[in-house]
Unconditional design. Sequence first.
Length: 552
Amino acid sequence: MKKIVIDPITRIEGHLRAEVEVDESGVVQEAYVSGQLFRGIEIILKGRDPRDAGLMAGRICGVCTNSHFRGAVSAVEDAYSLTIPKNAEIIRDLMAMALFIQDHVVHFYHLHSLDFVDITSALQADAKLTSKEAHRYSDKPFRNSNAHYEETIKKLQNFVDAGKLGPFSNGYWGHSDYKLTSEQNLIMISHYLEALKFQTKISKAVAIFGGKTPHPQSIVVGGITSVADMLNPQRLNDYLFVMKEAKEFIDRTYLPDAKLLATAYRDEIKAGVGRANGNFMSVGGYEFEGEEKLFCSGIVYGHDFENIEEFDESKITEEVDRAWYKGEEVFYTDLNEDGSLKTEKNDDKYSWIKAPRYDGKVMETGPLARVLISYKKDNTLIKSFVDEFLEATDLELIDLSTTVGRNAARAIETGYICEYIFKLVSRLIQNVKYYDTDTWTKYDFEKLPKDAKGRVFLEVPRGTLSHFVSIKNQKIDNYSVIAPTTWNATPKNFDGLRGAYEEALIGVKIEDTAKPLEVLRVLHSFDPCLACAVHIVDTKGKELSRYKIKSI
Ligand code: NI
């Protein structure tokens, strides 16, 4: 057995380490993933005014700022039983949807695509053939002229000639597991560069109603403050303009490129590479039409999609047997003498990430979980997107539960969010037109209960996010967060169960142990956000809202 250590894993947010044990044929037999940086935003929140929770919780992460901002404000609203006006909810949703699109595009192109795309091979591409190849995945490929591809090759050659690969340095270029043709590589690189420009455009959409981004500031307990923006038709037009561009970009680059990858890596998909244990969780959400939601909620065990259970928050527990906490203290244990994590004994601690469980089971959360659960629960909007993708790539639903499939699910989700956004804006316009301009539910803070507990469950780009707040004497007494990456990157526990990251690595064959590209691929497919993932556990086992943390 040989151990491969990757630390730090780059092209993610935060500090993640992975150790995998491979047999003599290079097949992963065991895996340990570890959150490597202690955080402590919850400590900062203690003793603060609950109305400030959002602005501080937003600082949990520099990427998911809007998700934690909204999560914290919503948890406080739940504690005070405040219902916000419809318009405020729509504005919050419009900000959230823009963030979904931004996150997914940045993840696919800038954080993950280079695990599949060989830059050096793109230099050999023929511009004319590239243009032809792009037409296999889209009727109207984005910037598909010969001149554009020739210019892209020139740009890449300049990087190489200068001896500085810039964003493309330190790749495993030439690795035998890169399967795209030179022309396919060039298409992807062209879109990688275009997606850099796209990032700035889509960020504007969050900022239109958020004041700025990252760290928008227009959500307040009871509603929103961007009232003038909501009532100004020009601002709505600005938002719609960005979204129309976004939709075009998604339709002409992201979805076709996801199809290209799914076609080129078909063998891996069919072999189930990167599949975790098939337990999926979604809390659903985002009002669509009537009772229908953008995402359906549900719990799936072992890929059994015919028996989707209802989500029940009382089944969530958190434990820290193998995380660096003990009693009321953080408890960091040193590494082994060779610098590896202590993992030999079943109570050895190896991560700052605590271990959430649903009914005692590990869960995968994120776009894949949402897409699968929503599809199987007959969500009308998503069904056509999934069917179209599966037909175009000749794949089945189960194939999405793989490394490449996880990316396909994310692209599908982005596509249907783009459709949904326009319906959401129409609803807002209709509301405002019929003189419902409410944006804030009035309350007198002094008259609110002195002691209260609240929580919220939200679907955010990387999966299910929950915030829990306990208020005593109008100050935050206790705060707790379970982020999507906490679920997916959970360490083992006394239960010995591997989390989604660890389980997805088992059985993966590594061609060259000096260049463990295959490990990066699996981990990146989850879009790790480690700053989000690390949260201290309430070790006293206090009850937060209607939710109980299991004490050790
Ligand atoms: Ni984050």
